[in-house]
Design a binder for this molecule. Structure first.
Ligand code: SAM
Ligand code: SF4
Length: 321
């Protein structure tokens, strides 16, 4: 359905857990009480919400977290979601460290694509950012995903501390048909502990390496990334400039947190508690109205340029990115 500004909202990000086996400095607080299991939506509850969302024209879903693959039954849940009538695309975003052994199951479940978050290739830098020496696990899953034919993307958050890594990460798109996407650090949660450049800065660096870098004619993916190609690349390079190239006028999404809060916009704390509605006995029509209400509450734009306007206090691992 359309929001009040005429934007077609057809995409929902679903966080299925706040837990994670990594501890990226810009995402997870050093000390954090995990959300209690009772507060986390059960798979049945998420599927009920998705059924309502599909009826409102939401056909694309991204499964996220925390780290979605730490939750038991995640692969089976993805299969059930993909089988819901009207669901067209289900994709997953993961840090990749638990992915390798799940690839076969995810393909069988009908997963349409996977984004693997990798912020560094050098084990030392990877460990400094994520708190664990796990690059090799993510890399192994990356190669296996591409080999399996799953549409695969790499997500890299731009940080001052991974500048040495950008060209090495871009090189994956030279080796194989993956999109490597560079994402500006968004000022949410504990991102204040880190800082990073704009996508334009990185574009200039990559342009020196890939002289014929040019904007791709086709738009791909569900979101705001702008893609570039080169004859030296089998895949492409994407840029998500959430701060420097605000794309809110093309926003197509809402976000469901693991505790069942439906968020109209990333930067504001405002949300509709679908968990409370479900557990207070809402029927399907009431639930659908709750989803509609969140879509109609979407603001015109985020407020990342003025930190005082940001009212979202939850860390990113609780929201899902
Ligand atoms: N654990 C999974 C992963 O890392 O892909 C899924 C959850 S994670 C919150 C989803 C995405 O959000 C990741 O690509 C992560 O790098 C990104 N992210 C987290 N905090 C961010 C921030 N402050 N700014 C930009 N991206 C962020
Ligand atoms: Fe975990 Fe993903 Fe956040 Fe890193 S970005 S701490 S992998 S949820």
């Amino acid at each position: 359905m359309k929001d009040t500004l005429g934007r077609e909202i057809d995409y929902m990000r679903i966080s299925i857990t706040d837990r994670c086996n990594l501890h990226c400095r810009y995402c997870m607080p050093e000390v954090q009480e995990p959300v209690s299991h009772e507060e986390i939506l059960r798979y049945e509850e998420i599927l009920r919400i998705c059924k309502g969302a599909v009826e409102l024209g939401i056909h694309k879903f991204k499964i996220t977290g925390g780290e979605p693959l730490v939750r038991k039954g995640a692969v089976d849940f993805i299969g059930r979601l993909k089988m819901l009538p009207g669901v067209k695309y289900v994709t997953l975003t993961t840090n990749g460290t638990l992915l390798y052994k799940e690839i076969g199951g995810l393909k069988k479940a009908g997963l349409d694509g996977v984004n693997i978050s990798i912020d560094a290739v050098s084990p030392q830098v990877y460990q400094k950012i994520t708190g664990r020496n796990a690059f090799q696990e993510a890399e192994k899953a990356l190669y296996a995903c591409v080999k399996s034919g799953l549409q695969t993307r790499i997500n890299t958050v731009l940080l001052d501390e991974n500048e040495t890594e950008w060209l090495k990460l871009a090189a994956f798109a030279g080796q194989m048909p993956v999109d490597v996407r560079f994402i500006e650090l968004m000022p949410i949660g504990c991102a204040g502990k880190a800082s990073g450049p704009s996508v334009d800065y990185v574009y200039e660096m990559l342009k020196e390496r890939y002289e014929d870098l040019h904007m791709a004619a086709d738009r791909h993916g569900n979101g705001p990334a702008v893609y570039f190609k080169s004859k030296m690349l089998a895949g492409s390079i994407g840029f998500i400039g959430a701060n420097s190239h605000r794309f809110c006028s093309r926003c197509n999404r809402i976000r469901l947190t693991s505790t069942g809060e439906l968020k109209p916009c990333l930067s504001y704390e405002e949300s509709i508690s679908l968990r409370k509605m479900i557990r207070n006995g809402a029927d399907d029509i009431q639930l659908k109205n709750g989803i509609k209400q969140a879509i109609l509450a979407k603001p015109a734009a985020h407020c990342f340029s003025g930190a005082e306007g940001i009212t979202e206090r939850r860390p990113m691992n609780q929201i899902g990115g």
